[in-house]
Design a binder for this molecule. Structure first.
Ligand code: AFP
Length: 284
């Protein structure tokens, strides 16, 4: 598995270069999630595919930009799902974006997720990696002068935070969900939401707590965020950091999967905020 981590560590500066130097123009193609692809989405997807395909331990690959799962090496041990540039609609406004990846023991299922992580392309280049059954998550920063990654202190969540990042079209939130979000603000939480899952969840991790929610709404009854390359990877990261990740009721990593691009409502946070979500039944 270390070979897969090494692959993402070496891809970080390359994808960052692509983001800095590349064009932010759209292609005429719509991906399986219904988003119009940027040239950068396509280029970074190919770059990741090329590097991961060289690893004999990789059994299958699946990406937000591809329709289907691709079998790479029949004898491989791991399957990798990834979103090459998550939040790519933020690139024109020059906000932070990220690459998310989940490493599964063979089949793509929440219970098979053994490690996950994300690369954050912000003012600094950073990577966060979680491994099942490890306490805390690894946090590394790239030193551009020395061209090397530097390990930082592991990230942990406190029992309770101060940040509220709430997604989804507000006019389509349920009354119950609105009530829950309002109660957070009434208890002093501050709104922090950029529209990029990677920087929004990274901020909660680095500041030590809070809540990120993307609920079921009238216009998106299954939420927006995709299980294999967004929801499950972050669920593992939040659990390893000492927090929780649920769909309103159930643990996200216990959910089954019917189709590879499937989405689900999701809530990631420290214990106290997730307790509130449970109490209010996910604000359904
Ligand atoms: P894009 O990749 O289309 O920019 O979407 C980003 C994203 O998948 C995720 O990173 C955000 O948390 C979420 O969508 C934001 O969605 P809303 O714009 O509906 O709040």
């Amino acid at each position: 598995m270390q070979k897969i981590f090494d692959c993402f560590l070496s891809l970080g500066p390359k994808i960052q270069d692509l983001i800095i130097c590349g064009e932010t123009n759209y292609t005429s193609h719509v991906n399986s999630s219904g988003d119009t692809q940027l040239a950068l989405d396509v280029q970074s997807d190919l770059m990741i595919e090329r590097e991961l395909s060289n690893l004999a331990c990789v059994y299958a690959l699946f990406s937000e930009e591809q329709e289907k799962v691709r079998i790479i090496h029949k004898e491989g041990e791991y399957s990798v799902a990834y979103d090459p540039i998550d939040g790519s609609s933020l690139l024109d406004s020059n906000l932070s974006v990220g690459t998310i990846f989940g490493i599964y023991a063979k089949d793509f299922e929440g219970k098979n997720l053994v490690a996950s992580g994300y690369i954050l392309y912000g003012p600094r280049l950073e990577i966060v990696i979680a491994q099942k059954d490890e306490v805390g998550v690894r946090h590394l920063r790239f030193d551009p002068k020395k061209q090397e990654w530097r390990e930082q202190e592991r990230l942990f969540l406190a029992q309770k935070g101060k940040i509220n990042a709430s997604g989804g079209t507000q006019k389509y939130w349920s009354n119950q969900h609105q009530k829950m979000i309002l109660s957070l603000f009434q208890n002093g939480y501050r709104l922090r939401y950029s529209g990029g899952m990677v920087p929004d969840l990274h901020q909660i991790l680095v500041k030590g707590g809070g809540l990120f929610s993307y609920p079921a709404t009238q216009d998106a009854p299954q939420g927006k965020l995709r299980k294999l390359f967004e929801v499950f990877p972050f669920a593992l990261i939040f659990e390893c950091a000492g927090g929780e990740a649920i769909d309103g009721k159930s643990r996200l990593l216990d959910l089954g999967i019917q189709t590879s691009h499937e989405s689900c409502p999701c809530f990631f946070g420290s214990k106290e905020e997730i307790g509130l979500v449970r109490e209010m039944d996910g604000g359904k």
